[in-house]
Design a protein. Structure first.
Length: 588
């Protein structure tokens, strides 16, 4: 007879193998699902940090120039040309000013359009591709500026064929918009930085058209099929030239939110995260390769399946169980260590980005608080000491049955309390941003407040300030007058940085109609070249990092709003700035 294996044993072994296979596959699938989702979550967390960082970089790059058109629009030569467009002299002055502004600010172009959209002057007026004579009324940035807003619009230049961001602001004369000042800035450096850092980013407009991309082949392609309205609008504004339907995504779906996987027309799959930039009407997109998460899931699935198989085999083979168990624990520990290290790197990177942003904000706050605190501490410490002495004396007088003297001391205490209240009120008023209010203002209060605020800077520079006492009153806004005087005093102290004698004089002269406040330093004086450009925006004689060249330009604007004048001359030695204001009747 031939020995044979019982049929029931064969069936039991087959069932056990089937159950073991099912358990291994279930464990592998569970491991894959968990690991894949965890890898996707980690990609999303890291991607969110990347998007926030690059969003701040983009906003900073644009914000540097957002207010530039409005500042350029304050130039008298541009207003004069719009009022007399056929004047060759005014045309020449406007062209030279725009060319100078373009060179100083680093924008690609600066140009002036009249109310019909016709370019009247431009920084490239001498070049063959000059904007002069072209009409850009069809561009949205011109239409927004004519409506009184600041227009921002990214497009390919219809004249130069070069892409860039256009920023425009209105030029007003009273309530009438005479025309528009526009600048064009180049954002390709941002795109180049994405390529160098191998960061798969893209910037899309409100229609979903990618106009900046780390993938050059994606540029000027829409994420989804454009609607007929969107396509007509793009063709009307000539934003990207002759754009055609060439969507990236298939099938058609909505724009991504925080996370979503899409399949492109070339069969590439991406994990897409989006960050709307509402102030510009754009959206920053990050395209991540989900194959990394798939690989992580497969790796973990293989390990989990292997561990399950080893566990089942160990139930039958005891001697092999301990060895397989040690391998399984080691694999788990290594996986946990890898995951922990990855989470720590993400947390550290996020903390660094947050700390960098908080440090920049806190530094600005501490700089201002340090300047204010020294002056206020000096002003309040003396009234506090006097309050203590007067209170003690009032008590002594009451004990001596001398209410008249005690009442006098109490009135003095009330006056000191009013003084400290005015100091705090002055600080709060100086911090507020309000429109200019012309009213009678005592010059003594303006001078004393400015000296209080500049005291820490004066003390650090080792300078002396001679200021007169006065009972003169002028028409103006006290807070803005303090801002202008504070700027003139600080400039005077900075001008004497290399001088042995650091003395600054504040002088007053008056007629029946006007009062002139002069700030004179004992520095090297003003050269003819400096005097010619002194009040122009972005012109500065200070070293790099110590000034933007906007202080005197803004002071000139404030003074003009109050109907006053600000001028400069050499005083031998040093320089003198004269602020001439309308005189007001003296008040009690």
């Amino acid at each position: 007879m031939t020995a044979c294996t019982p049929r029931s044993s064969v069936l039991s072994l087959s069932r056990a193998l089937v159950v073991a296979a099912v358990l291994v596959l279930a464990a592998a699938w569970l491991g894959y699902t968990v690991a894949h989702q965890r890898a996707l979550d980690e990609m999303q967390t890291e991607g969110t940090a990347q998007i926030e960082y690059h969003t701040r970089e983009l906003l900073n790059a644009v914000a540097r120039f957002t207010n530039l058109p409005a500042l350029l629009g304050a130039e008298a030569s541009l207003v004069a040309l719009l009022q007399s467009p056929d004047s060759p002299a005014r045309l020449r002055a406007a062209n030279h000013y725009l060319s100078f502004a373009q060179g100083r600010t680093g924008v690609s172009f600066a140009y002036l359009l009249d109310s019909q959209g016709l370019t009247r002057a431009a920084s490239n007026w001498q070049r063959p591709d000059s904007f002069v004579g072209f009409n850009y009324a069809f561009r949205p940035y011109f239409q927004e500026a004519m409506a009184g807003k600041t227009g921002v619009f990214y497009a390919i230049g219809v004249t130069t064929g070069e892409p860039g961001a256009f920023i425009a602001a209105p030029i007003r004369s009273g309530n009438q918009v005479l025309g528009v000042v526009a600048v064009k800035i180049d954002l390709t450096a941002i795109e180049d930085s994405w390529v160098r850092s191998n960061t798969p980013l893209a910037l899309a407009d409100r229609f979903g058209v990618l106009f900046l991309s780390a993938q050059p082949l994606w540029r000027y392609r829409s994420l989804d099929t454009l609607s007929a309205v969107a396509l007509a609008e793009l063709q009307r504004t000539r934003q990207y030239g002759d754009i055609v339907q060439h969507p990236l995504r298939t099938p058609v779906g909505p724009m991504p939110g925080r996370q979503g996987q899409i399949l492109l027309a070339d069969r590439q799959e991406f994990l897409v995260q989006g960050r709307p930039i509402d102030s510009l009407g754009w959206q920053l997109l990050l395209f991540s390769d989900p194959r990394h998460a798939v690989s992580q899931g497969l790796l973990v699935a293989g390990m989990v399946g292997l561990m399950m198989a080893l566990t089942l085999a160990g139930a039958a083979l005891g001697w092999q169980f301990r060895r397989r168990r040690a391998e399984r624990l080691a694999a788990r520990h290594e996986l946990a260590q890898v995951v922990a290290e990855l989470e720590q790197r993400i947390a550290t990177r996020t903390a660094e980005l947050t700390a960098a942003n908080d440090t920049a904000v806190q530094t600005g706050k501490l700089a201002l608080l340090g300047q204010m605190a020294a002056g206020i501490s000096h002003e309040i410490s003396q009234p506090l000491a006097a309050l203590r002495t007067l209170a003690d004396n009032a008590g002594a007088f009451l004990n001596r049955d001398n209410p008249g003297a005690a009442s006098s001391n109490l009135r003095l205490i009330g006056g000191l309390c009013d003084r400290m209240g005015s100091i705090v009120g002055e600080l709060k008023a100086f911090a507020r941003k309000e429109p200019a209010r012309l009213q009678p203002v005592p010059l003594s209060g303006v001078i004393s407040s400015a000296l209080m605020l500049v005291e820490p800077h004066r003390h650090a520079a080792g300078a002396r300030i001679h200021a007169p006492s006065t009972s003169l009153w002028v028409f103006g806004d006290s807070i803005r007058l303090e801002q202008v005087l504070l700027n003139l005093i600080r400039n005077g102290i900075d001008a004497m940085e290399d001088q042995a004698l650091r003395q600054l004089d504040i002088q007053l002269s008056a007629t029946a109609a006007e009062v002139t406040l002069s700030v004179r330093d004992h520095g090297p004086g003003l050269s003819p070249q400096v005097r010619a450009h002194l009040f122009e925006p972005f012109f500065t004689t200070k070293p790099s990092g110590k000034g933007l060249g906007l202080g005197l330009a803004l002071s000139q604007t404030i003074v003009n709003e109050m109907g006053a004048t600000l001028s400069a001359c050499n005083a031998e030695p040093g320089a003198r700035f004269d602020l001439t204001l309308r005189r007001a009747p003296e008040h009690e």
